[in-house]
Design a protein around this ligand. Structure first.
Ligand SMILES: NC(=O)c1ccc[n+]([C@@H]2O[C@H](COP(=O)([O-])OP(=O)(O)OC[C@H]3O[C@@H](n4cnc5c(N)ncnc54)[C@H](O)[C@@H]3O)[C@@H](O)[C@H]2O)c1
Length: 269
């Protein structure tokens, strides 16, 4: 723990901790790599986008490995790479994600099932595979089992999008997955915590892509927050950094909303 030089407040200190952050090339993942490094952690970033992922990691002093999180056979290798590089694994941020853009009535059955299968494989199965591989490693950390897993869900897990059934369902699955993982670890007596961060509309690549398809979307989703703005990815990363450190060992299975109050206001206001 250390004091913030300007404010005198307590700043989470992650020195000595090793982390994996998926989807590190852009948006919330990139901001998280920057934040964890700034807090003193050693970080292995992964992304399907090798070029952008490597540029970001080189810039901030993180390691990088290309990974498609839906390639379930690859997860043990990724965790092994982190342990070989850092000697331990303390933090996993399951951040990589995608939208499918398909509503329940869209397209042919073939198109619908392809879109559904892909978004589930990346957002939900990829997150489960990451949790499973990380726990197997965190159990054997030097000094005893310990770790913090942070899964990135979405406010669409609670208020789903009619325009993206697969995305919304996958993120609702991430919330339930998180609670199952958290309580299993606790029942096993493992000091491995698992929590979800639930971002609202955040200024990132996913939202910019959606804005191209639906002009005006960014302003519309910004207006769902009583703050009437989008989140900066660094704000979401700050919540992730809090869950990554050991300030609150009793916090597991939680949903941490970072939505500017969007889900906390009566829809009439
Ligand atoms: N931006 C928002 O408004 C918002 C809101 C709620 C939740 N989220 C969630 O936040 C997370 C990060 O998204 P973002 O907003 O930063 O978007 P982003 O598009 O900026 O970043 C997503 C990153 O994930 C990577 N990725 C995609 N599929 C992958 C795969 N199969 N394997 C590995 N990497 C993959 C992409 O290459 C990209 O670098 C996602 O899980 C997203 O669902 C975002």
């Amino acid at each position: 723990m250390r004091r913030h030089l300007a404010t005198g407040g307590i700043v989470p200190d992650l020195s000595g901790k090793a982390a994996i952050v998926t989807g590190c090339a852009s948006g919330i993942g990139a901001a998280t790599v920057r934040r964890l490094i700034a807090d003193g952690a050693q970080v292995l970033g992964t992304d399907v986008n090798a070029e952008a992922g490597k540029v970001l990691c080189d810039e901030v002093g993180a390691s990088f490995v290309q990974q498609d999180v839906s390639d379930r056979g690859r997860w043990a290798e990724i965790v092994t790479a982190a342990v070989q590089t850092f000697g331990r694994l303390d933090i996993l941020v399951n951040n990589a994600g995608m939208v499918s853009g398909a509503s329940i009535g869209d397209g042919s059955d073939e198109e619908m099932f392809a879109a559904w299968d892909q978004v589930m494989a990346v957002n939900l199965t990829g997150t489960m595979a990451g949790c499973r591989a990380a726990i197997a490693s965190m159990k054997d950390n030097p000094g005893g089992a310990s770790g913090s897993i942070i899964n990135i869900a979405s406010t669409t897990a609670i208020t789903p999008l009619p325009t993206d059934v697969g995305y919304s369902a996958s993120k609702a699955g991430v919330r339930a997955l998180t609670k199952s993982v958290a309580t299993w670890c606790a029942k096993q007596g493992l000091a491995i915590r698992c929590n979800s961060v639930i971002p609202g509309a955040t200024e990132t690549g996913i939202l910019n892509a959606a804005e191209e398809v639906t002009p005006g979307l960014k302003a519309a989703v910004a207006a769902t927050s009583p703050m009437n703005r989008l989140a900066d990815p660094a704000e979401t990363a700050a919540a992730i950094a809090f869950l990554a450190n050991d300030e609150c060992p009793f916090m597991t299975g939680a949903d941490m909303l970072v939505d500017g109050g969007a889900l906390s206001i009566h829809p009439g206001f």
